[in-house]
Write a protein that binds this ligand. Sequence first.
Ligand code: GLN
Length: 550
Amino acid sequence: MPTETKAQYDPSLGNKFIFVTGGVMSGLGKGITAASTGRLLKNAGFEVTAVKIDPYLNVDAGTMNPYQHGEVYVLKDGGEVDLDLGNYERFLGIDMTSDHNITTGKTYQQVIEAERAGDYLGKTVQIIPHITDDIKRRIREAAAGTDVCIVEVGGTVGDIESMPYLEALRQFAHEEPEENVLLVHVTLVPHSKNGEQKTKPTQHSVKEVRSIGLQPDIIVGRCDEELYPETKDKIALFCDIPTEAVFSNPDVEDVYHVPLVVEEEGLDQYVLERFDMAGEALPAGERANEWREVVTTEKDGSVDVALVGKYDLEDAYMSIHESLKHAGFELGVDVNVQWVDADEMADHHTERLEQADGIVVPGGFGMRGTDGKIEAIKYARENDVPFLGLCLGFQMAVVEYARNVLGLEGAHSAEMDEETPHPVIDILPEQYEVEDMGGTMRLGEHITVIEPETLAYDLYADTSCTERHRHRYEVNPEYFEHFADEPLVFSGTAGNRMEILELEGHPFFLGTQYHPEYTSRPGNPSPPFVGLLEAVLERTQTVAMSDTQV
Ligand code: GLN
């Protein structure tokens, strides 16, 4: 795993901190609101980073089920983290490390290990000050070297789990100069039946925040439309903040438009003024503008891409959805992602896939759904449908080819079938002795060497790429020779590891052992996704032409 020298926090640098809490209910999009504000501060010329606090006892998100928490996002240092960090990376255009995700599991582990080592010299170890000190230290270290650090507390104020964090933030704000810390509280402003915007839930949740000694500086009301001036006045009066500090965050059709809304509301400008940074900010006319240009790209039509997965939940494949969107910005087309249940594929795959212009088979673990994924890959291979296989999708493409083209009957991944006569996908040698599940896969950034004159080379326009990984299995070297003279070629490798596959003679058939979806950004889309979408567009145009000829 690549190690980096960590910048040390220096209080004289004058980092500014935006703490973000949520009220009323979770899932309000406080992370997106915070990331959007951060984006605008970045456009104004500042270095911005973020810390996500997850008050659960898991050390990291690596062992969590995507059904409960959405996808596990992978950072370049191999950190397996909450998907909100993906949003921060995409909105802020930065690469973060595991230190930017604080969990209760991490802080307690650290403090308990220090206690066992005797570091507390006989003292009673307590939540206050030992856990709270550890939380504050982590925030300061993650902020080092930047101008503004956004610190988002997951969950809702009032949850037992988040109490130590809110206490740590209270102490933090007490220790810092007043102009260095802002508390943004994001709440829900629902509509009554007669169209009135109701502020009572906001009042109650702010009361909760104040009962732990924190006073919001800014309140953002999530609502289906903008807050009325009377609503803002009422919130200001009852929550004891100026009306100018109350902002709307209405529903928008695309999350990437939230920075545009936040800018229109003047939230970024208010933050700059409260931080006393307005003078250092680039003048409005000189601020970076690519974000707006990218996310408001005119679209010419739309295409349908089938995502053959296990989870009927957009969050479970969030980075893939976002990567397809980024490729869509690049090529000026809307991408409709059609989720296809891999479990049901074996029965009626053709009808579901026939409607799709392209097929993506995502990563995954365990047997369920693999038969359907193999069926979908076979369909894409035989029918010249553009196909992108990611991690497990790559591995299943190898299995499908081994079974149906090489004639290796019963070929499979040893993960799914330990008794397979042909384990074309086998456990990584360094995993033989691994027993713990958490943080033990081949994780994070690794370099892939790309063969010239291949599709992969055309896509990356380079002889190497650096992408993020998360797997325990790989192509079994004992089967390399079976693929030696085949149209299925491994065009990207890392030593003895096969990293990219492609199928000669097919319009677009690409698989990657790594996860390109974690490095795709608006304005800097991932090459495999752009390649897939280009092939999809070419195909839809050809189909449209042959339709008119008929
Ligand atoms: N289950 C496979 C492995 O461990 C693929 C992992 C993935 O898709 N992220 O290698």
